[in-house]
Write a protein that binds this ligand. Structure first.
Ligand code: SF4
Length: 315
């Protein structure tokens, strides 16, 4: 089965997934990968499925979704591996165009130094590139790239792509405790993102069992700091932390809404005050969430922020 869903996605609405790479062939073997260690490391692009087969499978799922009245916002290449390893990616995007649904690709960006890969991705409407580190030693430690990959070529390729791309470019930075979450390192990544100018820079943390057991998310204080540092250089920064609640639709329940909003970004004290006033609630809501270990108070640069507790205090 190449196509699956549609499934709800915070970033893409209702997304029909396209698995154009058999599990798990990748250019990286990230320490936090939720698919486990990479079975086959590969940097050579190849043919995995015939483009017509991909089209047929997607068409089929689109038809079925229509029959049951389900809408689809995006057709998303999100395989159990790296989608740009598929040498026919550009052709598949072309074939899918007539379906009239926007096309997204979630890539680790490792092959973006190649002109043919950039060409293929230019055909999409929305592209996500992984940006875990701009420092070679840290990149090697966290993403464990294939030995022939060069970080400089990836960074240069990403900048070149960003210049040419007419769609929406976003980045994803996975923060791992003690590996890439130091302030100086985050500052460097933020400096690069400032040049890349993504529509949104997402900060993620490992929320599902990672490939390596020792991998841990940083604590909330560190995640808030990373958020503030990147926000100084990039207009829009959001968390991607596995809570798929709809942060942009208000339920009218102050507790629920606070938890939804703070799972996307930390809230300044003043913003919480305004929110509570609008929701006709008071600070007892916040105190209750803190007492129940669902919300956490955090300081940065003399200001107080509130954010969702992402993992239990002990672990
Ligand atoms: S790039 Fe994605 S699929 Fe490949 S190892 Fe990393 S997390 Fe897993």
């Amino acid at each position: 089965m190449i196509a699956f869903g549609p499934v709800p996605s915070r970033r893409l609405g209702r997304s029909l997934g396209i698995n154009n790479i058999p599990p798990k062939i990748c250019t990286y073997s990230c320490i936090y990968c939720q698919l486990g260690r990479t079975i086959k490391m590969q940097v050579k692009r190849g043919v995995f499925y015939e483009p017509e087969e991909v089209l047929r499978d997607v068409q089929d799922k689109v038809e079925r979704a229509k029959e049951v009245g389900e809408s689809i916002d995006y057709l998303t290449f999100v395989p159990d591996g790296e989608p740009t390893l598929d040498v026919n990616l550009g052709r598949e995007i072309e074939l899918l165009r007539p379906l009239g649904i926007k096309i997204a690709v979630i890539s680790n960006g490792s092959l973006i130094g190649r002109e043919d890969v950039r060409e293929d991705l230019l055909g999409a409407d929305w592209v996500s590139l992984k940006m875990d580190s701009t420092r070679r030693e840290i990149w090697r430690k966290i993403d464990r790239p294939h030995g022939s990959l060069q970080l400089t070529s990836i960074l240069d390729g990403a900048l070149e792509f960003a210049q040419a791309f007419k769609g929406e470019l976003v980045t994803e930075t996975m923060l791992v405790e003690g590996v890439n979450d130091g302030d100086d390192h985050i500052r460097e990544v933020a400096g690069f993102l400032a040049r890349l100018r993504p529509a949104i820079a997402y900060l993620a943390i490992p929320t599902r069992p990672p490939a390596e057991e020792w991998v841990q998310p940083p604590d909330e204080e560190v995640i808030n700091r990373a958020y503030q540092i990147v926000s100084e250089r990039v207009d829009r920064v959001e968390y991607l932390i596995g809570y798929e609640g709809n942060a942009f639709a208000f339920t009218g329940d102050a507790e629920e809404d606070l938890l939804s909003i703070t799972s996307v970004h930390p809230m300044r004290e003043e913003a919480v005050s305004e929110f509570l006033a609008r929701a006709r609630a008071d600070w007892s809501v916040v105190h209750r969430l803190i007492a129940h270990d669902q919300l956490v108070e955090s300081k940065y640069d003399g200001l107080t922020f509130y954010m969702r507790r992402l993992h239990p205090r002990d672990g």
